[in-house]
Write a protein that binds this ligand. Sequence first.
Ligand code: SF4
Length: 422
Amino acid sequence: MSDRATDGATGPTAPDLLRVRDLSTRFFTEEGQVNAVESVSFDVRDGEILGIVGESGSGKSVTALSLIDLVESPGEVTSGEVWYRNESLADEFGDAADGEFVDLQQLPPRVRRSLRGPSFSMIFQDPMSSFNPSITVGEQIAEAVEVQRRASANPRSTRSRTQGYGLGKFLLDGIVPNRDYTDPESHERAVELLDQVGIPDPEQRADEYPHQFSGGMLQRAMIAQALAGEPDVLIADEPTTALDVTIQAQILNLLRDLQEERNMSIVMITHDLGVIARMCDRVCVMYAGEVVERGTLADVFDRPTHPYTEGLLGSIPDLDDPAPRLQPIEGNVPSLLDEEMGDRCYFADRCPKAMRECLDHPPEFDADGSDEHRARCVLADHDYDPSEALPEDYFEADQPAETDRPGTTDADRRTEEVQNDD
Ligand code: SF4
């Protein structure tokens, strides 16, 4: 269980930094509309680590990409609000402001882009594919520093930030070979950042290429790059999945130390409840594109309400009591194709407590993310009565033949592709 502080000016009881309300993201594929994220609401507070946990395909990564405008076609954020506490933006864009918060969804795209780095930054699960193999690690971090340096000099000019990149960089490199885009100061800062994330001999390592780094070292380098803009919110998308267990622990410790030193907020996306227990102050559990349970770490781990959360907790080994068999959650995440989603609780056919009332319509969840412990389940407001449970074979009777099950048609395959990208 987390040993993180639970009071004071930062952490889980601190003021909100981000308020996400009813955020929905769709993918418009040839096979139909995929509802990857559906009316998601939560808050991120100053200096806290918020965990978002769920199976592959639950929508957690697409939620993170939606926050910082990185969803690519055919995906699109179709509705919702992302309120970010930033007085200067609120002053500048009064129409999109509410007090000191501004709704990022109402800001011009160039302004949203300009917030990547100084406000929001992201680290990805596979550092090897995130670095350019033909450029030294130090140069790539220095470029991130340089972009932030130019942005600070002229915060509203996208040109000042992108000059020297893309086609412009290609053409200039042709005209002036060996031209330095980055300032020596940015190189020095890159070395400092490598040092801060625990890379030994940072000056020497800065001149090495990504293939000369181990997986753990490269993940540290990616964290250094993400810190270049000193972001308010760091989004860590499965940051340790590609690493072995001992390196995982080092990276998690590093993230926590950096978060405490810098008073950053972190959104930690993972399928690993162990990571959540070790790192997070509060937790959102996602299933089929929705947040199905939300609360403090103690709420969710000690008093889970949603049967899916119970299932996730039941499927992790207990080293103190290894005798009981692990309880897997039977079945698969459902298709998120709009036309196949149905009008009932999306977890019903995997839920050991499913009742008749669960089939009437999807359970309600409040749109206000600032609450304590909530669950998208009829059991959130009354106790489970086993006598009301549906027969065990209820859904089997309705199941299509094996060859027609999700994953066997083109539409299902496309849905799986989108979900697996998550
Ligand atoms: S609403 Fe019903 S089917 Fe859905 S998770 Fe709750 S108990 Fe299970």
